[in-house]
Design a protein around this ligand. Structure first.
Ligand SMILES: *Cc1c(COP(=O)(O)O)cnc(C)c1O
Length: 462
């Protein structure tokens, strides 16, 4: 399997190279050159299989023998053994035909664990084989940082440095990062805001000289392996609900579009899906683009669903590449225009997108209303991200005979602020985390100065 860039200019890469590379040299994102197919029979044979076995089957063609089958099976099994539920991602029925796919049973209680538990292990495998070490750098305002740290804490060949804005991350989110006391984990609290932290990470990727040749790896959702890992739960959920004999729809709380793009890939692989509903919070570029062909930046709004607070959806480029029938030049042209002015999609690509995707935007007041309403109707307390999905699913449901699966992207205990605002006393952390507030923390406070941060990384990597 070769991987090609959405902008058509960068060299094609193998799986191993694409996992270690991140963004393509032409500014595009890597996608597989061909889409492997799951036949009717393949899907039928998955009935009753464990999540790890389905994961192995779905991902095998993307890995394409670059990790031998036995080793890859063991990596997958290990990654999902860290989840606290035997089903890994259990389905929870809400009403006659609406289901929650609970993606929050991993170590940090959000869906990013599904991809990052696997990615850390795959990176470690390739680095060990090459006799190399690598440094991971990332900036976080919450979910991604803790999931990346949990995914890498046992990786001998990786050192991970996560920058968060000092005193601007919730206590639970900070402690999920800073209480991991492994030798290869470095938390840096930056005296500045998230954008300062993000800018320093970007500058470090652009000029890696400070690492004297050690590879710097990105674990954000531009990394293809993260998308690949997320394809699996769409397949597992659909099979549990009767695929290949019955279609399902999915509703996905979305920000950078990595999650829902993985669903689209599952569909392209042959999974029978009626439609995808994209849920956004008030940061609604995806909804504006689909509903009104308004592909433009707007000011960032801080919402009750902070992990969906974005201005631009980085992975939307991967879908545009498909909508423009893999015309990399057209994608590059559109995205260049978008950088400087409001843009619009051409008619045919937009029509193609509207065949598979509906969308709905949910504001903060509605998030609180939905948390109360869903509890009244089902006894479930939804986290604020999942609440956007619940409402979007109800509004854009389509045929009532098609099961609707809303992706529950975080555990409500992780976003207790919104739950309390909705009028509930709060949600306890699950048992394996109930001493989080007493655990020892370790982090270093640094000024928002690139040279100091880079010196810290260079001095501390092993
Ligand atoms: C990251 C995140 C999202 C958004 O996912 P994308 O793949 O960026 O679209 C939604 N909900 C939660 C809880 C998240 O952490």
């Amino acid at each position: 399997m070769r991987y090609i860039s959405t902008r058509g200019q960068a060299p094609a890469l193998s799986f191993e190279e694409v996992v270690l590379t991140g963004m393509a040299s032409d500014g595009g994102l890597y996608v597989p050159e061909t889409v492997p197919q799951l036949s009717h029979e393949d899907l039928a044979d998955m009935a009753g299989c464990s999540y790890a076995e389905i994961a192995f089957q779905v991902m095998k063609p993307y890995v394409d023998g670059e990790i031998d089958d036995d080793t890859f099976r063991a990596i997958v099994r290990d990654a999902y053994a860290t989840f606290s539920h035997d089903a890994v991602v259990p389905l929870n029925q809400l009403d006659a035909n609406h289901f929650l796919l609970e993606l929050f049973h991993g170590p940090t209680l959000a869906f990013k664990d599904v991809a990052l538990q696997l990615l850390g292990r795959i990176l470690d495998h390739f680095l060990k084989k090459r006799g190399e070490r690598a440094v991971i750098m990332g900036a976080t305002s919450g979910d991604t940082g803790s999931a990346a740290i949990e995914g890498c804490r046992h990786c001998d060949n990786l050192d991970i440095f996560i920058l968060h804005p000092h005193n601007r991350v919730s206590e639970v989110q900070r402690r999920q990062m800073t209480t991991v006391l492994a030798d290869n984990v470095f938390n840096v609290a930056i005296e500045g805001n998230f954008d300062d932290a993000q800018a320093m990470v970007k500058a470090s990727f652009a000029d890696q000289g400070f690492l004297n040749g050690t590879r710097l790896v990105a674990v954000n959702s531009i990394n293809w392996a993260r998308i690949m890992a997320q394809i699996v739960y769409y397949v597992a959920a659909a099979v549990a609900l009767g695929a290949p004999y019955r279609k399902v729809s999915f509703c996905v709380p979305s920000a950078n579009f990595g999650n829902v793009f993985a669903g689209y890939m599952a569909h392209r692989m042959g999974l029978p899906v009626e439609r995808f509903v994209i849920a956004t919070n008030a940061n609604d570029i995806l909804h504006r683009t689909l509903a009104d062909n308004d592909f433009s930046r707007q000011e960032l709004v801080a919402t009750l669903a902070p992990s969906m607070d974005i201005v631009v959806s980085s992975n939307f480029e991967r879908l545009l590449f498909e909508a423009y029938e893999r015309d990399g030049a057209a994608v590059a042209e559109l995205l260049e225009r978008f950088q400087s002015e409001p843009a619009a999609l051409a008619e045919a690509p937009l029509a193609r997108l509207r065949e598979s995707f509906a969308s709905h935007s949910v504001d903060d007041a509605t998030i609180l209303e939905v948390i109360r309403e869903a509890h009244h109707r089902t006894q479930e307390i939804l986290d604020p991200h999942t609440a956007t999905g619940y409402r979007a699913a109800e509004c854009e449901r389509g045929a009532p005979t098609v099961p609707m699966v809303t992706l529950a992207t975080a555990h409500p205990a992780k976003f207790a602020e919104a739950v309390v605002k909705a009028g509930f006393p709060g949600v306890p952390l699950p048992p394996h985390m109930d001493d989080l507030l007493e655990r020892e923390e370790r982090y270093t406070v640094l000024p928002a100065e690139l040279a100091e941060v880079q010196k810290f990384v260079a001095d501390n990597r092993r």
